[in-house]
Design a protein around this ligand. Structure first.
Ligand code: NOJ
Length: 559
């Protein structure tokens, strides 16, 4: 069967605010992105995912959309975006937009109208409920951005009712039960497809449908905050009826030719993923899960990687397509989290990349990963921006933590680790801006920056280029079946990707110490050509031997 463009793609996420500032206001912008397209082309990526660039008051850095059909003025306007799109297309790079359909900003025109009165035509664009008899919230649901007040409901004086917001107070949930809202959303999605974008990354897409009647959560044991509100994902995640919404979205917009959809799979597991991505269901093309990348989980080990990939490979065999990533704007920097940010930073960054780019699905690189950017640790909470960092910090301090202990607790998991400005070179502010950056630059920028990587033939950037080139040369990377060997080994990953044309073998020592590789007969008897390694000083032939810390290599097997 003929492949879709995105099945062969190598993705790259741009968090525009932190990418490249062309006008010195301290915020990245679209002209900045245009100026860097040539280097992205040189890297070899074929698809950009833009984190939201719509007009927004930036309560959640753009995930609070005030106008879905215009560009945030600090980033540019529709004319510049069109220029960007045309330039990217002329270079063979597709562009997908982040689409936030669960909520908007409270500064969206729809919400401003909605608050005004019960008979306002936009009232039902959002989810309003009256207070209980004692004036309290309609139910015990807790929100994700709780900032110390955990309810997912906010009372609005003007409206005289509570509105639902699963995320920030300034991010009211949209009401997908209301036909006119749906029709407006379809118009907007088609506006972007007509404009020329190639698809959408869909923010928290599994959460559009809420539990009918808004019953109290009876979750036991309940994870409550200190005000007794319950974080119960089952109330708004993967709720029965979500698939009717997705099918209609597909019928009215996503199903258009060549449009790619990739859902953020909050609450989507290997057990229910096919309900979202099986092609015959006509909903989404792919979803990504959080099992390896979540910023709150411990570092992954070889066994985690193996078991997650094996389980999900079974899903993808039955249908749909997958995404591979270990970091994005919501996570920590992958080399700090899962690799080693010390003497083996470069080597471990290359190992992680090898795993992602040789596993089934579309690898998505998050800006800066290709030069091995690392987590940051600022000295003061004032230097942090992320609401998942500042809110919990305040709550800890109110609960008696010292400011130092509270900061230590929240900093390591902060999304700001991934959001510090891109490190282009070793000049002031890492070449990101001539002004004052909206978020401080990571002080390690003199050691870690693109200019340095471009000048070194063995840099992380140069390794990514080779890995990406592999995908374009070797069909097994795209379509090969996945099989693991040495499945009990605590540190070594050993797997093949086989298709009719060829078999590739990946060997990776996922850890900071040497490890003994003892190849199974089936592999040791093969003639093999090493086509990539992060340790070129080692013998190129395939043999049982001691692997260096974080060593990774790809071989092409001849039977
Ligand atoms: C997921 C996005 O990736 C994250 O950055 C955002 O805060 C939430 N959804 C809410 O939109």
């Amino acid at each position: 069967m003929e492949r879709k463009w995105w099945q062969e793609a190598v993705g790259y996420e741009i968090y525009c605010k932190s990418f490249c500032d062309s006008d010195g206001d301290g915020l990245g912008d679209l002209r900045g992105v245009i100026s860097k397209l040539p280097v992205l082309k040189e890297l070899g990526i074929t698809c950009i995912w833009f984190a939201p660039i719509y007009a927004s008051p930036q309560a959640d850095n753009g995930y609070d959309v005030a106008d879905y059909e215009s560009i945030e003025p600090a980033y540019g306007d529709l004319t510049v975006f069109k220029e960007l799109l045309d330039t990217a297309h002329s270079m063979g790079i597709r562009v997908i937009m982040d689409m936030v359909l669960n909520h908007s900003s409270d500064e969206h025109r729809w919400f401003r109208e909605s608050r005004k009165s019960k008979d306002n035509p936009y009232r039902n664009y959002y989810i309003w409920q009256p207070p209980k008899a004692d004036g309290s919230e309609p139910n015990n649901w807790g929100g994700y951005f709780n900032e110390g007040n955990g309810s997912a409901w906010q009372y609005d004086e003007m409206a005289g009712e509570y509105y639902l917001h699963q995320y920030g107070i300034k991010m009211p949930d949209l009401n997908w039960e209301y036909r006119p809202l749906r029709e407006d959303i379809y118009k907007m999605l088609n506006f972007w497809l007509d404009f020329g974008v190639d698809g959408f990354r869909l923010d928290v897409i599994s959460r559009l449908k809420k539990m009918p009647g808004f019953p109290d959560s009876k979750k036991e044991p309940a994870k409550t905050d200190r005000n007794g509100f319950v974080i119960d994902r089952s109330m708004c995640t993967d709720v029965e009826g979500i698939h009717d919404i997705l099918r209609e979205l597909n019928e009215r917009a996503f199903g258009r030719e060549d449009c790619m959809t990739m859902g953020e799979g909050a609450g989507i597991t290997s057990a229910n993923a096919l309900n979202y991505i099986a092609p015959e269901r006509k909903e989404l093309d792919c979803v990504y899960h959080f099992e390896l990348a979540s910023r709150t989980r411990p570092a992954i080990c070889a066994a985690d990687f193996r078991s997650v990939q094996k389980r999900w490979a079974e899903v993808w065999k039955k249908g749909g397509w997958s995404i591979q990533y270990l970091s994005n704007h919501d996570s920590r920097r992958q080399v700090s989290h899962h690799g080693e940010d010390g003497i083996y930073r470069t080597r471990s960054a290359k190992l992680l990349a090898t795993l992602l780019h040789t596993s089934p699905g579309i690898p998505f690189i998050y800006q800066g990963e290709e030069i091995g950017m690392v987590d940051v640790r600022f000295d003061s909470i004032e230097d942090y921006n992320c609401c998942y960092t500042v809110g919990p910090y305040r709550a800890l301090v109110e609960n008696g933590y010292s400011p130092e202990d509270a900061l230590a607790e929240v900093a390591v998991k902060s999304r700001d680790n991934a959001r510090t400005p891109y490190q282009w070179d070793d000049s002031e502010n890492a070449g990101f801006t001539k002004g004052k950056p909206w978020l401080k630059v990571n002080p390690r920028y003199r050691e870690i920056n693109l200019k340095k990587d471009l000048a070194a033939p063995d840099s992380i950037f140069r390794y990514y280029q080779k890995l990406i080139a592999l995908r374009h040369l070797h069909p097994a990377v795209v379509e090969g079946e996945l099989s693991f060997y040495l499945e009990d080994h605590p540190q070594i990953l050993c797997y093949t990707r086989s298709c009719e044309a060829e078999t590739l073998l990946v060997i990776a020592n996922f850890g900071p110490t040497e490890a003994e590789l003892s190849l199974p007969e089936k592999l040791s008897s093969c003639r093999a050509e090493r086509i990539l390694t992060n340790c070129p000083e080692t013998a190129p032939n395939l043999e049982s031997r001691t692997l260096l810390p974080w060593e990774a290599a790809v071989y092409r097997l001849e039977a």
